[in-house]
Write a protein that binds this ligand. Structure first.
Ligand code: NAD
Ligand code: MLT
Length: 310
């Protein structure tokens, strides 16, 4: 069982793989070319979100039997290509959702209260709150797009802030909406018209790519707050930039900027946007959970045991 780890995972995960008898190479700074040159020697590959596992890689990965996505979203993995070759793809969809939810809430509060901007001023020894008045969450309506694992956790927590919670998710049953105490919006447009704060929690798919764009910002309430802790591209950055310029959107908090892992997002130029470098899952707890779970799943897949497919 030769396993290549191409992006950082928790030490506990690496130890688990070794304990289970795998030969493990941790090579987290390979160039794309180097990765393509060595991948042919491995039975398993463990990645996070930056390694593109696509046709180009599969062609070279002649021994590959399993791809382990140490995390949740599989948008960097060509699933059809894997299926065609009988390569199993496993991920850890439950392991980091609490951390992603908590960063969403953190970004929401930081955005609504300008916390980083106020901190930066004071660190420059300037005691000045002017122009940085915040807004309260209590009594506001938050619109959640995607009421899955993370969206549901966000809904539950934001209730305790006294917020009114509405959501758009055509794939979730009415019973689930009721159970969560969330008002269902049948159309995205209805959610956009009613929300003071928008937070997106869908996977990145052909259907959701750009789902929040120019049209949605046009019908939104003036002064909308936008949070994206899901994936770049679900909220169209150009459209968001325009909406910020036109003051239709007042502020935004983004964990997943375009251009990842380079700091090239156009949103970096906006003072009223807070951006983190895809840090939603970067907690001690989530990384340990993810590392151990993915190690176990990769080993099980290589042994031919039953595994939950991504
Ligand atoms: P999930 O699969 O549990 O939930 C996604 C929900 O989106 C589902 O309920 C689905 O029905 C809904 N959905 C799908 N298409 C939709 C559409 N067109 N319109 C409205 N709803 C739609 O996923 P999750 O675990 O909650 O993850 C949500 C997102 O967060 C994913 O993009 C994931 O990659 C991302 N994520 C980010 C971080 C981070 O570090 N920032 C960490 C974990 C997950
Ligand atoms: C995920 O999908 O799990 C997150 O975006 C976090 C990560 O990739 O580490």
């Amino acid at each position: 069982m030769k396993v290549l780890i191409s992006e950082p995972i928790a030490q506990k995960g690496i130890e688990k793989l070794i304990e289970e008898g795998a030969i493990v190479d941790v090579k987290t700074s390979l160039t794309r070319q180097e990765l393509l040159e060595v991948i042919g020697g491995y039975d398993g590959l463990i990645v996070r979100s930056n390694t593109m596992v696509n046709e180009e890689l599969y062609k070279k990965a002649t021994q590959l039997k399993v791809v382990g996505r140490a995390g949740n979203g599989v948008d960097n993995i060509d699933m059809d290509g894997a299926t065609k070759r009988g390569i199993i793809v496993v991920n850890t969809p439950e392991s980091n959702v609490v951390s992603a939810c908590e960063l969403t809430i953190g970004l929401l509060l930081a955005t609504c209260r300008n916390i980083p901007q106020l901190h930066n001023r004071l660190q420059e020894r300037v005691w000045d709150r002017s122009g940085l008045k915040g807004i309260e969450l209590q009594g506001k309506t938050v619109g959640i797009v995607g009421l899955g694992r993370i969206g549901s956790l966000v809904a539950t927590r934001l209730k305790s802030f006294g917020m009114n919670i509405i959501a758009y998710d055509p794939y979730i049953s009415d019973t689930r909406f009721k159970h969560l105490g969330v008002e269902k919006k049948e159309k995205l447009a209805d959610l956009m018209k009613a929300a003071d704060i928008l937070t997106v929690h869908t996977p990145k798919t052909e259907e959701t790519y750009g789902i929040i764009g120019k049209e949605q910002f046009k019908i939104a309430k003036k002064g909308l707050v936008v949070i994206n802790c899901a994936r770049a591209g679900i909220v169209n950055e150009e459209a968001l930039g325009e909406a910020l310029k036109e003051k239709n959107v007042a502020r935004a908090g983004i964990d997943v900027p375009e251009g990842e892992p380079q700091a090239t997002s156009l949103l970096l130029d906006y003072e009223n946007v807070i951006i983190t470098p895809h840090a939603g899952a970067d907690t001690l707890e989530a990384q340990d959970n993810v590392g151990i779970t993915i190690a176990q799943e990769v080993v099980s897949a290589l042994r031919g045991e039953m595994v939950p497919n991504a």
